[in-house]
Design a protein around this ligand. Sequence first.
Ligand SMILES: NC(=O)C1=CN([C@@H]2O[C@H](COP(=O)(O)OP(=O)(O)OC[C@H]3O[C@@H](n4cnc5c(N)ncnc54)[C@H](O)[C@@H]3O)[C@@H](O)[C@H]2O)C=CC1
Ligand SMILES: O=C(CO)COP(=O)(O)O
Length: 347
Amino acid sequence: MKRVCIVGAGNWGSAASMIIARNMKRYDHFENTVNMWVYEEMIDGRKLTEIINTEHRNVKYLPDHELPENVVAVPELLDAVCDCNVLVFVLPHQFLHRTCKTLKGRLPPDTIAISLIKGIDFNEEGVVLMTDMIKNELDIDVSVLSGANIANEIAAGKFCESTIGYADEENATTFYEMFNEKNFRISIVNDIESVQVFGAIKNVIALGAGFCDALEMGNNTKAALIRIGLLEIQRFARKYFGPINDAAMLESCGLADLITTCLGGRNRRCAEAFGRADGKRSWEELEAEMLNGQKLQGTSTCLEVMKILKRDNAVGDFPFMELIHNVAYEGAPISTIVDFPDEHAPA
Ligand SMILES: NC(=O)C1=CN([C@@H]2O[C@H](COP(=O)(O)OP(=O)(O)OC[C@H]3O[C@@H](n4cnc5c(N)ncnc54)[C@H](O)[C@@H]3O)[C@@H](O)[C@H]2O)C=CC1
Ligand SMILES: O=C(CO)COP(=O)(O)O
């Protein structure tokens, strides 16, 4: 019997819990109850876990949608994962490492996991994917799910697609059963690297899309930046992971996710506000003011990407990401976002 714990209860974690909880009822080999680890906080004098378990609503991170009653909020991580052998990691990427440390040595040996996280990290050896971080700490098989998946739209039941990248095919079948629905269509690829790199780096490109909107540059410019961004994402993936699966670019995790995030994501929205304030307001301030506790992923990813590109003397191969970084962190005027050097006319 498989028993699922969702590790994280933000905007996407809560929306994903709706899909998973519905699918648990369709199969005999899953237990009906889905645990959800909630990073506890007080809302108007009440614990968020208590509110979720009584009102079946995550009033802070997904206020407009009811959660199924078989989703049970648990405040202690080790209690939440207890007796669960399928883990769904869906936290802002900056909290993953600490979370894995707490779980180390505490999971049943048949545990498998899937990461819904869009982020990337780096160490002295190079790029660290979220699946690597989980696998290195917990020594379990990890798949990934990523796509054009704005959580609020999914919670509202609007049709979209998503991509599962796997290393172990049997586990991918389990995850397909957990996630695939009429209005949440899953495709599966045997490629965990590309799926994750696309999902992480598009958050950086979305900052550029937000700057473009701050300048009111219009649709042609936005489309050009999406196209150039797509090529840089592909180049980055090839540089750090060798010959990648180009076909995955055309799955939901590739171009489609880049488009949706550049049109409607939080990274785009905060970058537009940053641009309109002409860089005079900090990212931290805008995030706190505009997102009510939700977290930006593109800003820290932008810094990390630039760090590794500098280390590898490769900044010149990624002119758009350099322009984005310079506006976001070096005080460059927002208008420079389209100052592509001639010698790097985007291929
Ligand atoms: N929201 C969306 O539309 C989508 C988000 N994602 C990805 O899913 C991942 C999770 O994002 P969301 O669910 O949107 O989260 P969120 O940004 O809505 O929420 C922040 C979450 O972090 C938790 N938190 C705060 N401090 C913490 C700590 N010290 N330790 C652990 N947790 C802490 C909060 O309780 C909250 O659950 C991210 O990597 C994001 O890129 C992927 C697809 C869609
Ligand atoms: O990943 C997302 C949509 O697929 C959400 O992007 P944001 O974090 O920019 O909202």
